[in-house]
Design a protein. Sequence first.
Length: 343
Amino acid sequence: MLKKIFGAVVLIGLSFFSKAQDVQYSQFYAAPLYLNPALTGASELTRIGVNYRNQWPGLDHSFNSYSFYIDHYVFDYNSGIGLIFNGNRESMANLATNEVGLSYAYKLQLGEDTFFRLGGQASYMQRDAFFSDLVFGTQIDIINGNIGVITDELDGIPIDSRYSFFDFAVGGMFYTKNFWLGASAHHLGEPNVSFVEGQISELPMKISAQGGVKFDLTGGRRDYFTHAYQERAISFAFNYKQQDPFNQLDIGTQLYLDPLVLGLWYRGLPTKNSLPNNEAVIALVGVSLPTGLDIGYSFDYTVSKLGMRNSGGAHEISVTYRFLWGDPKSRNQRARTIPCFRY
């Protein structure tokens, strides 16, 4: 009972009273269109991807998020086009957000092996909630742990609510053969997401910056039996996010031993204010097959005051498939993909 009450209090604070915040994926490079619209078409192939995240399953009422995208690179126009579907649900209040967006990015060649991509995204978003399942502090009997019925806690708020709006994002990415640096801005118009008529609750603009460096470890290594080139590389990268009033930094490394990928991340940022910002250590394992199929799994080990015992951490799975659509002979230049993390 105490665990359920604790979970109820935490989830109410996060999903009802506080400002809306974006879902964050630990495998953010496996969700490229969600991370930065400039990454639309970045594989310079046709790419299909799915992401799923189950956060804090130990609280009985967890957060579930998913993303599906497809993008394609058009060589004749140096352009990438993409379609993305995002969704998340918090099970206690059935608070759900769904999004469908169109992305576009254009690639500029600045030098022999130096490029810049500029992208934008336009989305239609819808939020739904069913508040009758919420548990408020005034309902809890602290003597025996019983939970009473809702009385006047939801005055002025419909039990079953729905709200829709349009949203926009832009981003850019500079990269070379072994280095990348980009930035993006989401929710440019800071749309109103309040369920209460006449009330204003803005979705804060999210500013993010990501970058990294990749080191080749092969030295021209080839498989002893097939003589095929086997990639061996290590990468170091970061992803910084600021969405009022929160900011956060993901920093880590990934080791690629074709076809195996191993990664280790830390999420947190020392701050001087009272908001906790020491969240998780993240371990990742994945495979990148020569068929173009990438599969990744990661686990977030909670190190914040919420605690691993209470939260249960977070599980995340990503699947990406890249393939060449169309006649290979029609490609009049060599593909130069961004050397980002695979996950």
